[in-house]
Design a binder for this molecule. Structure first.
Ligand code: GLP
Length: 239
């Protein structure tokens, strides 16, 4: 695991944004695994600017997002579908048919997850971007007794509900989500994680210095051969 500590979130956005731009320049039809949350926003801004400036094109890029809330309309302002369009896709030339999400409104979530896993298997993610929850979750793989394999429907924990409910001022926050499993995340050729702020410091310590355990799902990254973790000083304080 390569660890890189930067001064602040903006610097991380520049570094990770540049890493993504170079990867897209090198392989224009790259398959990206993408994350939501506050952490990747500066990175998405950097990529969007590079695209608007004509430096890179996302025309042939394909994307697979990690997760989506269950029973939240796709166009709700808090859906991850809306988030990705607002923060990245709408500022680029990506083609809508190349953008993939788990459908949290699917009538049969199990079938939806199985279909997503087949698509992921076929596509093979080149570069996976990850944030991390305060409790060490990745995607929406919450701490539990087992590492999950494929995509599944998950009940969100109190820690996650507390962290994310600030965005839900009108409708209540969903308590369930569909998420890619740990096994699928680990299949990405390269993984880049972003963690910023003191609230992530305990998770960073457990992920980097602790035992590999599903009680800290992100700790599985110790077993991946190509992971870079970008932290600001506050998140890196116990590492
Ligand atoms: C959500 C997402 C995760 C993300 C996490 C951290 O729970 N499902 O993919 O990593 O939030 O979010 P933030 O970056 O806002 O702290």
């Amino acid at each position: 695991m390569e660890l890189i500590v930067k001064e602040n979130a903006e610097e991380i956005g520049q570094a990770v944004g540049e890493l993504f731009c170079k990867a897209i320049e090198k392989k224009p039809n790259i398959v990206l695994g993408l994350a939501t949350g506050a952490s990747p926003i500066p990175t998405y801004r950097y990529i969007a600017h590079a695209c608007e400036a004509g430096r890179i094109s996302l025309r042939d890029v394909r994307t697979y997002n990690l997760d989506e809330y269950v029973d939240l309309p796709r166009n709700d302002k808090n859906s991850y579908y809306t988030f990705m369009h607002r923060e990245l896709f709408d500022h680029t030339d990506i083609r809508e048919e190349n953008v993939h999400f788990l459908n949290g409104n699917a009538p049969d979530p199990q079938a939806e997850c199985a279909a997503y896993d087949r698509a992921l298997e076929h596509a093979q993610v080149d570069l996976q971007l990850l944030g991390v929850g305060r409790n060490g979750h990745i995607g929406f793989n919450e701490p539990s007794n087992v590492f999950t394999k494929g995509s599944f429907k998950v009940q969100l924990t109190e820690s996650t509900l507390e962290a994310n409910s600030k965005y839900f001022d009108e409708n209540p926050m969903p308590h369930y989500a569909l998420t890619m499993g740990i096994g699928s995340i680990m299949k990405a050729r390269k993984i880049v994680m972003i963690a910023t702020g003191e609230k992530k410091a305990d998770a960073m310590k457990a992920m980097i210095c602790g035992e590999v355990s599903p009680l800290c799902p992100a700790s599985i990254l110790q077993f991946h051969h190509n992971v870079v973790v970008y932290m600001d000083k506050a998140a890196a304080k116990y590492v």
